[in-house]
Design a protein around this ligand. Sequence first.
Ligand code: GDP
Ligand code: CA
Length: 319
Amino acid sequence: MRIVVLAGGIGGARFLRGLRAAAPEADITVIGNTGDDIHLFGLKVCPDLDTVMYTLGGGINEEQGWGRADETFHIKEELAAYGVEPTWFGLGDRDFATHVIRTQMLGAGYPLSAVTEALCARWKPGVRLLPMTDDRVETHVAIQAEEGTRKVVHFQEYWVKLRAAMAAEAVVPVGADQSKPAPGVLEAISTADVILFPPSNPVVSIGAILAVPGIREAIAEAGVPVVGLSPIVGGAPVRGMADKVLAAVGVEATAAAVAAHYGSGLLDGWLVHTSDADAVADVEAAGIRCRAVPLLMADLDATAQMAREALTLAEEARA
Ligand code: GDP
Ligand code: CA
């Protein structure tokens, strides 16, 4: 079975670990979000691709959910001692090596997809990891500045430095409209048996991937079941601040509203958490098959069970 998964960082990566356990024979292609990418200290950093690579490759900091395990921060301390900005982005020493190699290869002319493949040769994530595009896309967020004027900041500044403390008025994947899907992306979608949306951020993770021209259309036209899992449980994100960016696109932070945001033109099935069983009727009324099952990725077994439920719902949708 060929499975395509659109993934952000932590939510996508943890789900993928469960999917790999639930479907060990499957050929899994991950289309990773690169809208969170940022240049820091002259280096190209791809937080979501790295979270997937480290999580599936066994190098992730488990408690944090991002960054390397067993990490030290000497380079960060030295940069701070020179007074170099920014100081708010946590790059560890081990992680730095990944960004050095990536930047070096990009400088030598390799596209990001080839660089990602080279990095994965070390990590052996057990999936084929493709960036959504080889072109530069960076998500920016419009916020109110103090004097009542609008200010636009990089998504990482909004998320990491400002901790999404103020409302996001707009979220724009800058460059997406000019971008092309990376090599292999459209082929993977058109030859997939099932397409899954893990419980990743619907706006800045999956939304950014769908903003690359051609990807949304290819999924809608693939003619295979598309099933998603809600990142929203009980009216709030399980982790993080996805409600802030959902508000920016006018979507309520509920499992049903996120399903309606994707829409029946894209989604055939949607899983909500058991505590959101009330939402099932609303989602089905919108033309999307829906089931309420446990959706908390507490451990590998629970996550693998979520993946099985998603594959089961996909088979029902196919029938
Ligand atoms: P990021 O790029 O690191 O922010 O990660 P993603 O975009 O892949 O996923 C973030 C989303 O994962 C957040 O909106 C969370 O609500 C969701 N999430 C994290 N843990 C869980 C979980 O155990 N269950 C569910 N249903 N969602 C989760
Ligand atoms: Ca991310």
